[in-house]
Design a protein around this ligand. Sequence first.
Ligand code: LLP
Length: 416
Amino acid sequence: MTESILKLKEGKFYIENVLVENIVKVFDTPSYIYSKKIILDNYLDFKSQFNNIDHLICFAVKSNPNIAILNLLANNGAGFDIVSGGELHRVIAAKGDPKKIVFSGVGKSKEDIELAIKHDILTFNVESEAELYRIQNTAKKLNKKASISIRVNPDVDPKTHPYISTGLKDNKFGVDEHNAISMYKIAKELDSIEIKGIDCHIGSQITELQPFEDSIKKLLALIDHLKSIGILIKHMDIGGGIGIQYSDEVPPTFSDYAQTVKNILKGRDLKIIFEPGRALIGKAGILLTEVEYIKNSSEKNFMIINAAMNDLMRPALYGAFHEIKNLSPTDSEEKNYDIVGPVCETGDFLGKDRLLSAEEGNILAVLDVGAYGMSMSSNYNSRPKASEILVDVDKLHLIRNRETFADLINGEQLLP
Ligand code: LLP
């Protein structure tokens, strides 16, 4: 289990060996703060579960694309799951190895495919027949061979939020088993395509093992069928999706997850690829924010903070729960608050009905935001994006500057 990022010592909060107060003094709020130790511990713990089998961990870049974080993982052997040319660009900037990149996503553009082929990525996770032909044509034009896997939609219910469920037959992702077989047959005949693997990713924030087990079994049955018709699959990519604890969920441990995977794969000569995002980075990050105002009315108490839905979209988008802690000393009365941002939307809340005591100027921490926090942030209401800081034992590294007002209009132009 991941250790908690915030440590309380003699009434003060620390991240690794750094006083949170000092982080705020230097970098102000709102800021995303990450613990290098937790990121690495998670990654190395996950990796160690698969020591004895041929595997590759392709970190899901979309969960946290900061290049300092990608670089940290790349230096420890990680590969990457990307879904756009922009993410490919980030991996290259982070000195990641293109030969460890898998490229997923239903709408890969011609330009992105070309860029990926030029970089000799490990494989395209192909999501439609039309995409397969597009990859063939692009590779041929470049006089290269492109490696592919077909993303299979195993029609398994991951039992998670409908917006982040991807492996049901009415989702847009992947192709059904029947279509997958016909696509492999087509791929076998295409001269600029090399068949490498098979892929699936059934959803995110999954807290049960059964959906993983069911989808892997379906993929294995497909691999066997393909073998019987002369198509050899060298790797199986089982995607990401392992959940974390935000409130009272009980996600599987890495060891339980690994045991399940290894039991099903026993005796198979297959390389296995994973695409975890949240499980590696989610609990390694917090969002520090300051209380701007306390606003009490007869109906509700509002705590208005300087972070908003543009900084952390998950509560507004999915009704997601993130624990919120006051890190500052206060004598104020404990009350039930809706914790809201300055954005002009009723959906702009980071927490609802939270029992807290806090006063203007206090520093709050929003927990478990390392994944899909900064990566989903926006400039809505012309709010500059927060800074990002990585704590390494007793050192602070600014890994993304706070945006300025000038950044906000960068690229815009007045009419002549
Ligand atoms: N592989 C593929 C193809 C994916 O689409 C995703 C996530 C992952 C791997 C990583 O999944 P993870 O291990 O992080 O669960 N914004 C949502 C999550 C969307 C996930 C999208 N795909 C949230 O904030 O909960």
